[in-house]
Design a protein around this ligand. Structure first.
Ligand code: NAD
Ligand code: MG
Length: 388
């Protein structure tokens, strides 16, 4: 494989730092062209000095001077602001943009990167949830690769290698999160600290809460629909608490293929960067006798309403998934500040969907406008719930 130049957006996060671990392990195969972060100045500076990219972006302009000064002795170009994120991915030498930003803030840089002919390694599932139709159209138009980093989607992608025949169905596996098996009544009193303790994965705060509420699985159903060109009823969710089978594909002859391994995001990150090759690494290997039973159960769509909401928004189309995603980002942020209860999150998402009108055939600007409007509506709803 020819050496690849990588832009890592969101390099200071959970996926971003693990991506840099992968890059560090194969210095002859990868080189870092761009690193970006929202606020984590010290880690971004440390990463920049270690990997010496061409461009570093600190999105929060308040921190520009600190980063600029710390990197003054290098030839790294330091940029700041939201627009810098979009400009940075245009750099000629970049082969692949690994988007590990959290939330719909990842949308614009993905769009620009595709327009500039870069392959995308996508961790930022919100990009496809908000604007899946637009994004997949651009992927086709510009003939770039959309390589999934999300473990379930990487699993499906790996199962599809060498398969020219259509998919009958896919099964996305879900750990069920820390509240698996709880009734609605029990969920009424769960706390932030409990929600932050995921049984199998260590991840950023937003996706950890999304995993507890099953919104993460809802977002992944939508992500899968767009990545693999499926109808919503071809995407099923099955709870598999051990997180060893990362997802399955069922073909039209009834044959099923699964991809398995210990839960470690470094593997799907590495595969997205080495595809279609596999590089030898020393990640811990799976041992069958450590897992004498792999179990499966149906997701509880009544207690965990978010998964049902996601299916409904996907079926309705138009701006629905964009509105749901924006409202979810707002309620998760509020839940992290103890401003809304665990179940209150779903209610506010539902109410936001009622208050923002649906619209079809959307441009990038339309999606961005609906994202902002939905955030305003959701914030108002929280404000009114908190005050009265
Ligand atoms: P994280 O919170 O740990 O990191 C997010 C990164 O994005 C940080 O570098 C942060 O500085 C940057 N960022 C945050 N807000 C930003 C903004 N407004 N503009 C620009 N940059 C911003 O998140 P994470 O857990 O690494 O998740 C990143 C993405 O990957 C999410 O979409 C998540 O759903 C997806 N994902 C994560 C995991 C995981 O194991 N963590 C697994 C599958 C998918
Ligand atoms: Mg996942």
């Amino acid at each position: 494989m020819k050496k690849k130049n990588i832009a890592i957006l969101g390099s200071t996060g959970s996926i971003g730092t693990q991506a840099l671990d992968v890059v560090r392990a194969f210095p002859e195969k990868f080189s870092v062209s761009v690193l970006t972060a929202g606020n984590n100045v010290s880690l971004l500076i440390e990463q920049a000095l270690a990997f010496l990219p061409k461009i570093v972006v600190i999105v929060n302009e308040k921190h520009y001077a600190t980063v600029k000064e710390a990197l003054a002795a290098t030839s790294i170009c330091v940029m700041s602001g939201e627009s810098a994120l979009v400009e940075a991915v245009e750099l000629q030498e970049i082969d692949v943009v690994l988007n590990a930003i959290v939330g719909s803030a990842g949308l614009k840089p993905t769009v620009r990167a595709i327009q500039k002919g870069k392959d995308i390694a996508l961790a930022n599932k919100e990009t496809l949830v908000v604007a899946g139709e637009l994004i997949m159209g651009l992927v086709e138009q510009h003939n770039v690769k959309m390589l999934p980093v999300d473990s379930e989607h990487s699993a499906i992608f790996q199962c599809l290698v060498g398969e020219p025949s259509p998919i009958e169905k896919i099964y996305l596996t879900a750990s069920g999160g820390p509240f698996r098996g709880m009734s609605t009544q029990e969920l009424e009193s769960v706390t932030l600290a409990q929600a932050l303790k995921h049984p199998n994965w260590s991840m950023g705060a937003k996706i950890t809460i999304d995993s507890a509420s099953l919104m993460n699985k809802g977002l992944e159903v939508i992500e899968a629909k767009w990545l693999f060109g499926l109808e919503p009823n071809q995407v099923d969710v099955i709870v598999h608490p051990q997180s060893i089978i990362h997802s399955l594909v069922q073909f039209e002859d009834g044959s099923m293929k699964a991809q398995m391994g210990l839960p470690d995001m470094k593997l799907p990150i590495q595969y997205a960067l080495t595809y279609p090759n596999r590089f030898k690494n020393d990640f811990k290997r799976f041992n069958f006798v450590d897992y004498p039973s792999l179990t499966f159960e149906k997701p509880d769509l009544e207690s965990f309403r978010n998964l049902q909401i996601a299916y409904d928004t996907l079926a309705a189309g138009g701006n629905r998934c964009c509105v749901m995603n924006a409202a979810n980002e707002v309620v998760v942020e509020a839940f992290l500040k103890n401003e809304v209860s665990f179940l209150g999150m779903s209610s506010i998402i539902e109410e936001t969907l009622c208050q923002v009108k649906n619209q079809y055939n959307l441009s990038l600007e339309d999606y961005i406008a609906f994202d902002s409007e939905s955030r305003r509506v959701a914030r108002n709803l929280i404000f009114n719930t908190v005050k009265h």
